[in-house]
Each structure stands twice: as structure tokens, then as C-alpha cells.
Design a protein around this ligand. Structure first.
Ligand code: ZN
Length: 247
């Protein structure tokens, strides 16, 4: 079975459509690691599209904040402004869908899903030290996480932790990782709607479980059209600018 794994969509429908076009015919089942909304201009369209895909979805911190399930005190001012704008835009059925999303970790098809860290859905995993806990304590050998918006990950065997550089180069669409049965993996598909690893292309992963291959994809999309919708909606300019640089 081939599984599409998306994360941090952040209400960017142009990026999501480009990713789904590129992945067409390459997957049978979809998983989502949370942050469906927040920052971007299309919260209803992206939530509706995700529901249509019937993706098994866990919640992210932005889904919780927009749904009123956590205070936005910890958010920086632009994130808070976007969360408030998003809440006002969402149709009741989409808001209800976001509010009902389960937290990670969830296990499915032998994969473990979390939004942030294994033991704290709101915690970031950037460094090997932060990754170690998830690698050792996870209920399965392959765990997918999001939240950082950085594509890539970590693997572990015999007390040695390796940082995996898996981002496709500018001319490439994807980079493939072979899963070795003796190792443990903590993998981030990257962000669909707001990449922050220096590559502005939409990011996602496709896991080919029969052959133990995970593909890490990057797909260009029309960033300026999303920026135009953000400006028309009055979303903070800092959020508009960062899409073009992928930071
Ligand atoms: Zn996010």
C-alpha cells in the first residue's frame, strides 16, 4: 500500500492542489499530521478538501487554537491575528471538524503519527537531542511528525543517531529513503502550505510500505496568487512574505 502523508497545510489551497496533482495515482490512503488551518487565506477550502480525501488526521496546535481548544497567549502576534481571522472565516461544519480531531500519537498501518513531539503534541523537534526521545519511545519503528515545517528527519541504530538530509534538489521532484528493518525512524514530510526549510516548494511524503521506501516530494506552485489572496484578506504582511522565501 502507498500512503500519502501531508502536514502543516496552513490553509494554502494552491499548494495543496499542486501537491495532490503531483501525487495523483501514487497513493491509496492519506494521512495528515495536523495544522490544516492558520496563516493562509483558504481555511474552508483546505478543510473541505482534506475531508474529501478521507485522510486519517490528527490535530495541530493551530487547529486547536482556531477551534478554541487552547489559548493563543503563546502565539506570536501575527499567528494570533491569523488564528482570529481564520476562526471568523470558518463555516460551522469545518470548525466542528477541526475541533473534533484527535491528538497524536496515533498508530496506523505500522506507522506512528504525531504533530510535534511524541510526548507533547505542541513541542518542536529540531535537534538530534530532541529527536532521541521519539526514536526510542515510539510504539513503532517509523514515526512521522510535523510542526517544524522542515522536511527530513532522523534515524537510529545501535546508540547512533543520524540526521537524514532528504530534501530534493531544485531540479528534482522527490528524494527516496529506503527503510532498513533494523533502524528506527522519525520522519517529517515537510509543510504543504508554509515551508520553512529554505525551499518554498510545497512538501509532502509518499510511503511505499510494500517496498519500504519513503519518497520526500517538493512541488512548485503559484505562490503569488496565494499572496494576493492573503493581502486581500488583510492577513499580516510577514506571513505573506515568508511564503516566497520558504522561511
Ligand atoms: Zn504548522
Amino acid at each position: 500500500m502507498r500512503i500519502l502523508i501531508v502536514s502543516d497545510l496552513h490553509a494554502n489551497r494552491t499548494a495543496l492542489d499542486a501537491a495532490l496533482d503531483a501525487a495523483k495515482g501514487r497513493w491509496e490512503r492519506a494521512l495528515c499530521l495536523g495544522d490544516i488551518v492558520g496563516y493562509g487565506p483558504d481555511p474552508n477550502e483546505v478543510t473541505a478538501k482534506l475531508r474529501e480525501l478521507q485522510a486519517l488526521t490528527i490535530r495541530g496546535n493551530h487547529d486547536k487554537a482556531v477551534g478554541g481548544l487552547m489559548p493563543t497567549d503563546d502565539f506570536n502576534p501575527v499567528a494570533r491575528a491569523a488564528a482570529e481571522w481564520t476562526r471568523a472565516q470558518l463555516r460551522p461544519e469545518n470548525l466542528e471538524f477541526l475541533r473534533a480531531l484527535p491528538p497524536g500519537p496515533i498508530e496506523t498501518d505500522g506507522l506512528v503519527l504525531v504533530h510535534g513531539a511524541l510526548h507533547d503534541e505542541d513541542e518542536y523537534v529540531f535537534t538530534p537531542a530532541q529527536a532521541l526521545e521519539g526514536l526510542l519511545d515510539s510504539g513503532g519503528p517509523v514515526t512521522f511528525f510535523g510542526h517544524t515545517h522542515h522536511q527530513g528527519g532522523f534515524s537510529y541504530q545501535d546508540s547512533e543517531l543520524e540526521v537524514l538530509q532528504l530534501r530534493p534538489r531544485a531540479a528534482e521532484r522527490f528524494a527516496a529513503l529506503r527503510i532498513e528493518p533494523s533502524r528506527r525512524y522519525l520522519l517529517n514530510p515537510g509543510s504543504i502550505g508554509q515551508p520553512r526549510d529554505g525551499d518554498p516548494r510545497a512538501a509532502f511524503a509518499v510511503a511505499e510500505l510494500d517496498h519500504q521506501i519513503v519518497e520526500f516530494w517538493r512541488v512548485p506552485y503559484d505562490i503569488s496568487s496565494v499572496q494576493a489572496r492573503m493581502r486581500a484578506a488583510g492577513l499580516p504582511e510577514a506571513l505573506v512574505q515568508r511564503l516566497a522565501i520558504g522561511r
